[in-house]
Ligand binder design. Structure first.
Ligand SMILES: Nc1ncnc2c1ncn2[C@@H]1O[C@H](COP(=O)(O)OP(=O)(O)OP(=O)(O)O)[C@@H](O)[C@H]1O
Length: 577
């Protein structure tokens, strides 16, 4: 793996916001684990799993490579929680546990799907197999990892110009998020990742807030302390002490941006204390000090003692500050970002226009125009989309209900039974066994039903093995109009014309209007209809009741299970990464 830190060479000009065509986020409902024969590494669907990059509260992040295209991605492996299923409480402690996806993870996925911006880490695919205990988030790989901003001695490692570029990128990403109604809530250097070309992107939406999906009012949700205390805004600290007053809104991210700017310039945060409690009393009430110089290039900016609070130095006693334009501008920006009162704090739009931010740009006006988030389409994520962010059993049950209703309507609704006709290939209705297989396949394909004709074109994916009896179901969501699973149940139940080709013959022909002149035998037909209904019930049973699906998954995919040393949860026969 290449160097993920170190010196930062000049980089290519970043793509302006909104200039890239958003790639659709793939939703894959089927996990296939196998061994990549040439390397002996494990594969998760098309991705060859390589080294661990890091891990957070929710799981590990592994580097991976697409087997066909060679593209590198980061795979965030998130375990589901195991919980007792509803309705099985009475069965006692021995009742099997069901994998449940953490609400936070669902929210992170829903938010990431919405965020297609050059300065936000891009989600490419979600592999969510209801049979697996893990969810796999395929993210754009940020080759140079976290932004490195201080050395072991706590000195800044970035020059002032490098800091400006980083902050510029963060401002664009953050302004875009706010424009989408998302408050990140954990802006700090550790959540800023560098790509190969040293473009900075915002990552980690684990505690982010999206007002359109929140079940409580925005302020109450935002007031819950989340993130890192050193980056907490004064209004959050006061609220934590039970003192209300200032509103809690997206301005908390602007404050955290100010703390981040300070960290990058000076190698330490502006407010420090021995305990979290003490820190909560410093942040709202004390001014910050300025060191003598900023950046690795040690540009004069101070020193300046706090102007208010217990350590304040009266103005007449303070020594004059350096007057370079750079120093004046950066001090002005810091003061306005680290304004205690959120009502008076600078807005992100003002930050983007601030002379320190636009300094040294070839054409500041053009850049400002290109990076205006109000010129980008706004997308809406509903509460349903968060819960439908993944393929869950509730959605599957819904689809089954829809399918059953359709079958019932089709077969027993009309007085005249539909014709049993041959399809284009000359095949007639399938036998009950094959219809069951087809039906199960259809159901396991999940959202393929009714979606096939609505999908935008997708990136080329490698062909799957023909022997695979349960194909990976895929859907894609378009750049700004989301067709998130579960979002539109009516659509899931409707059979689009193009989707018929993928349906079992009996279902396809049954959903077509009766063929004139055909003479079906009601007597011959009735048992078949009954059989199909039973098949639907069987399939529902398979998917909602079977708790030992992980074993099934393993045996299907890779043979014997070994350890979970790689964090993927499921192991291929060859266990060596
Ligand atoms: N897309 C990515 N490309 C490269 N490295 C990444 C990527 N995403 C995460 N990482 C690395 O993996 C580490 C863990 O990331 P992750 O988001 O899981 O943890 P975290 O920041 O602690 O978040 P959480 O609190 O949600 O667990 C990060 O510190 C980062 O260095």
């Amino acid at each position: 793996m290449e160097d993920r830190g170190g010196a930062r060479p000049a980089r290519a000009a970043p793509a302006p916001a909104g200039s890239t065509t958003p790639a659709p986020v793939l939703e894959t409902n089927r996990l296939q684990l196998q061994t990549h024969a040439p390397s002996g590494r494990r594969m998760v669907n098309e991705y060859i799993i390589e080294d661990e990059i890091g891990h957070g509260v929710h799981g590990r992040v592994r580097l991976a490579r697409h087997a066909e295209t060679g593209e590198r991605v980061a795979v965030k492996i998130v375990p589901r929680e195991e919980r007792r299923k509803l309705g099985e409480r009475s069965a006692g402690p021995l009742a099997p546990l069901a994998p449940v996806t953490d609400e936070k993870v669902l929210r992170e996925i829903a938010i990431l799907k919405k965020c297609q911006h050059p300065n936000v880490v891009q989600l490419k695919e979600v592999i969510d197999d209801p049979q697996s205990r893990k969810i796999f988030l395929i993210l754009e790989y940020m080759a140079r990892g976290e932004v490195h901003w201080k050395d072991d001695a706590g000195r800044p490692t970035l020059t002032v110009e490098e800091t400006r570029r980083i902050i510029r990128d963060v401002v664009l990403g953050l302004e875009f998020l706010h424009h989408q109604g998302i408050v990140h809530r954990d802006i700090k250097p550790a959540n800023l990742l560098w790509d190969e070309d040293y473009n900075v992107k915002i990552s980690d939406f684990g505690v982010s807030h999206l007002s359109s999906v929140s079940t409580e009012n925005d302020e109450a949700a935002l007031a819950k302390t989340a993130g890192s205390p050193a980056f907490f805004a004064p209004e959050l600290c006061l609220c934590g002490q039970g003192k209300k007053g200032w509103p809690i809104n997206k301005a908390i991210d602007v404050w955290a941006l100010g703390v981040t700017l300070y960290c990058l310039l000076f190698g330490h945060p502006p407010f420090m204390a021995d305990t979290e409690y003490a820190l909560f009393n410093v942040i709202p009430f004390e001014d910050y000090a300025l060191p003598a110089t900023m950046g690795a290039d040690a540009i004069a900016v101070g020193p300046r003692a706090p102007r208010f609070g217990p350590h304040a130095v009266p103005e007449q006693d303070a020594s004059p500050l350096p007057t370079s334009r750079e120093a004046r501008l950066v001090r002005d920006l810091l003061d306005r970002l680290l304004e205690k009162n959120p009502n008076k704090r600078i807005t992100l739009k003002e930050v983007r226009h601030h002379p320190w931010i636009v300094a040294n740009l070839d054409d500041a006006d053009h850049w400002l125009q290109q990076t205006d988030p109000t010129q980008m389409p706004s997308v809406h994520v509903s509460r349903e989309e968060v819960h439908g962010a993944l393929t869950g059993l509730p959605r599957l049950r819904n689809q089954l209900k829809q399918l059953r209703r359709r079958l019932t309507e089709t077969f027993s609704g009309p007085r005249r039974a539909p014709s049993i006709t041959s399809d284009e290939s000359g095949a007639t209705s399938p036998s009950s066994t094959s219809s069951k297989q087809s039906l199960v396949r259809l159901l396991r394909g999940g959202s393929a039903l009714g979606r096939a004709t609505t999908l935008p074109s997708r990136p080329k994916m490698p062909a799957r093995s023909q022997s695979e009896t349960q194909p990976v179901g895929r859907t894609a969501s378009s750049g700004s109009l989301w067709l998130a699973p579960g979002m539109d149940d009516a659509r899931a139940g409707a059979v689009a014309p193009g989707a018929r080709a993928a349906m079992p013959n009996a279902l396809a022909s049954a959903s077509l209007p009766p063929t004139p002149g055909a003479q079906p035998s009601a007597v011959m037909y009735a048992p078949r209809l009954e059989r199909l209904r039973l098949d639907v019930d069987d399939a529902a049973q398979d998917w909602s009741e079977d708790d030992d699906l992980d074993e099934d998954l393993e045996s299907r995919s890779s043979g014997s299970r070994r350890s979970d040393a790689d964090g993927t949860g499921e192991c291929a026969a060859n266990d060596t990464p």
